[in-house]
Design a protein around this ligand. Sequence first.
Ligand SMILES: Nc1ncnc2c1ncn2[C@@H]1O[C@H](COP(=O)(O)OP(=O)(O)OP(=O)(O)O)[C@@H](O)[C@H]1O
Ligand SMILES: [Mg+2]
Length: 309
Amino acid sequence: MIKVKNLTKYYGSRLAVDNISFNVAKGEIVGFLGPNAAGKTTTMRILTGFMMPTRGDVWVAGYDMLSHSLEARQHIGYFAEAVPLYTDMTVRSYLDFLARLRGLDKNRIKTRIGDVVGICHLEEYIDVLIGKLSKGFRQRVGVAQAIIHEPEVLILDEPTVGIDPIQVAMTRQLIKELGKEHTVLLSTHILPEVSMTCGRVIIIHEGRIAAEDSIENLASMIGGAKRIRLEVAGPSQQVAERLRQIKGVQRVSYQDSDYTVECAAGQDPRGQIMEAIVRSGWSLLSLESIEMSLEDIFLKLTTEEETNR
Ligand SMILES: Nc1ncnc2c1ncn2[C@@H]1O[C@H](COP(=O)(O)OP(=O)(O)OP(=O)(O)O)[C@@H](O)[C@H]1O
Ligand SMILES: [Mg+2]
């Protein structure tokens, strides 16, 4: 459904996307991850026909984006990073305007507005000016306009940035629902969002693809394991030695009284750790499990990639 081949984009002399290639198959929901300035939005703009690449080829829904951009765009729904909404239009008139722009006929527009307003839970706001909506609801209008023409492919650039946790959860659910009927490429900085919605991820870093895999494989590749950080008042070496004896503990590192424990996949030895420390007569000052952040994963992936070169 999406095919990117040797895509390169320069802004003047700045290289934003460096010869990347990837495919997204029909029905897949793929997470497009990367730190700021990695090239995600640039790639998405090219995929949606808003910008020309410097080099390379892009096909969406079977159309060559460079030679058949108009046709391709009818099959794409795009949620842009900065959604260009018309604030002095009501939700209904805005959706109607865009649907007409995309060539839907009158009757179909009416049903589709009803459909998308239902899907995005905008019923109460359909006749409200977009300028008067809260940010989260504007995001929903952004999603609604992206799906009004029933595109086969959805390109969503950070659809859950800056909205509250309840709405994030709702948007996620929505993306999951949409994924049943659409092919989705989703960019986000929130890793749990990806594990909840995406079957596969592509990680882009400094304009290049750093990793591309299923969530399961990526999780096991980066360890897939829990890390626990604790602070113990006691003799460091002995404490570390004792921690290493606990079942499920794979590696222990420490600095002064701070310890980091890496656990085997699927293991959570926090109870045993607490017990061991207390039984040894030391004081456990704090204990917390550390979630792996996107940054951790990046660090790991990019350093591993460099050592492989
Ligand atoms: N219109 C532009 N003119 C010049 N440089 C640009 C332009 N848009 C983006 N860039 C540069 O291209 C690089 C990639 O930017 P891009 O917006 O694609 O990153 P991103 O992965 O979407 O980042 P973010 O997570 O911050 O949204 C950055 O170095 C950025 O400064
Ligand atoms: Mg971006």
